[in-house]
Design a protein around this ligand. Structure first.
Ligand code: AHM
Ligand code: MG
Length: 358
């Protein structure tokens, strides 16, 4: 096997160290290593999922009312265990845990906060389709009273780092600390993440749009029109794109980041806030896409500006190349204008009718 010369090999440790802010004390850098270590442990387990008989349901149901898979439980536990006693964090929040994840008081000494979706796309585990971990780091809001819910319920704009791990044909860790987006691939022989994608930018022209078309009938007219536009069926100013949807957010996002495109999970009649979670899924990916030159919106405003009110809050998501996401905002603004006009007309008609009845 031909290996690059040693001086060309950049490990994730070396990269993080060389790119840490000058004032960094090391806690933040080490926290990223901890996450990378958890990612290796999860990758090891997912690669052997069938062999180790860890497939199938664990029997529990998570706070979203969905069945938990054994690997979800493993991923959730390993991230907690690798990060709870290091003294770098004051609390955590996980998509798999209903409440704020507290850290034993003797270790809750750090000023950082970790939020994570331990294993996203878990319904794909049984069918051997790529899955992922999503994470983000905040600073606590008040050093004196750190470890409270307020530390977690911060807008994505306050994140100091965000990233994901994709367990696919190879395992990749992609992260940002606000200075570009960088991707590392796990070398299984070395057991180390090596820099493979430095300073990733979402390319133009975009190649793919990703949406679950089977929900078409549950979308608002504005979203329906937008998705028709994406597919070139409404107007002729959309870039020529293919439709691709894996149903694993990290995998769909990663492909679109590399090839250009937009991922859409809008509000539906039966899910008014869509499906994806603001804290563990949408906001971290929004940070990454902005750092890569793209944009993420709930259809009306940047996802990074939304203040979470609840740990498990959901949000409609439009994320990808900026002009494609801004086009969604245009369609939804137009829809809002039409609705406002209709309600105004209805009010006028009612007024006229009631005057006539007098
Ligand atoms: P999960 O957090 O329960 O794994 O669900 C999130 C997943 C995302 O990875 C994916 O984008 C979405 O659900 C797919 O949902 P759907 O099957 O409704 O299209
Ligand atoms: Mg998830």
């Amino acid at each position: 096997m031909i290996r690059p010369r040693t001086e060309q090999i950049v490990t994730i440790e070396r990269f993080i160290l060389e790119h840490q802010p000058q004032e960094a004390k090391g806690d933040f850098t080490n926290l990223l290593y901890d996450v990378a270590l958890a990612a290796k442990a999860i990758a090891h387990k997912t690669n052997r999922a069938g062999l180790l008989d860890v497939l199938g349901r664990a029997g529990g149901v998570n706070v979203q009312g969905e069945d938990q898979q054994k690997l979800d439980v493993y991923a959730d536990t390993i991230i907690y265990r690798l990060c709870d006693h290091t003294g770098r964090l004051c609390c955590m929040a996980s998509e798999e845990q209903e409440e704020l994840v507290e850290i034993p008081p003797e270790y809750a000494k750090g000023n950082y906060v970790l939020v994570y979706d331990p294993l996203d796309g878990s319904s794909n585990i049984d069918v051997n389709v790529s899955i992922g971990t999503i994470f983000a780091i905040f600073r606590c809001v008040d050093w004196e009273k750190r470890g409270r819910l307020q530390d977690v319920l911060q807008p994505g704009r306050n994140m100091v780092a965000a990233g994901y791990v994709l367990y696919g044909a190879s395992t990749m860790l992609v992260y940002t600390t606000g200075a570009g987006v960088h991707g590392f691939t796990l070398d299984p022989e070395l057991g180390e993440f090596l820099l493979t994608n430095d300073n990733m930018r979402v390319p133009e022209p975009p190649r793919y749009y990703s949406v679950n078309h089977s929900y078409f009938g549950r979308w608002s007219p504005g979203v329906q029109q937008y998705v028709r536009w994406l597919g070139g069926r409404d107007g002729n100013d959309a870039p020529l794109m293919s439709q691709r949807y894996i149903g694993s957010l990290v995998a769909d996002f990663h492909r679109n980041l590399l090839r250009g495109g937009v991922f859409v999970y809008p509000a539906e009649t039966n899910k008014p806030q869509g499906k994806l979670r603001l804290l563990y899924e949408a906001a971290p990916l929004a940070f990454l896409i902005e750092e890569a030159g793209g944009y993420a919106s709930d259809g009306y405003r940047s996802i990074r500006d939304i203040e979470p009110l609840d740990l498990h809050q959901r949000v409609p998501v439009f994320i990808g190349n900026r002009q494609l996401v801004e086009k969604a905002e245009e369609f939804l603004a137009q829809e809002a204008r039409v609705q406002a006009e209709m309600s105004e007309n209805e009010a006028l008609t009612e007024e006229v009718l009631s005057e006539e009845a007098l």
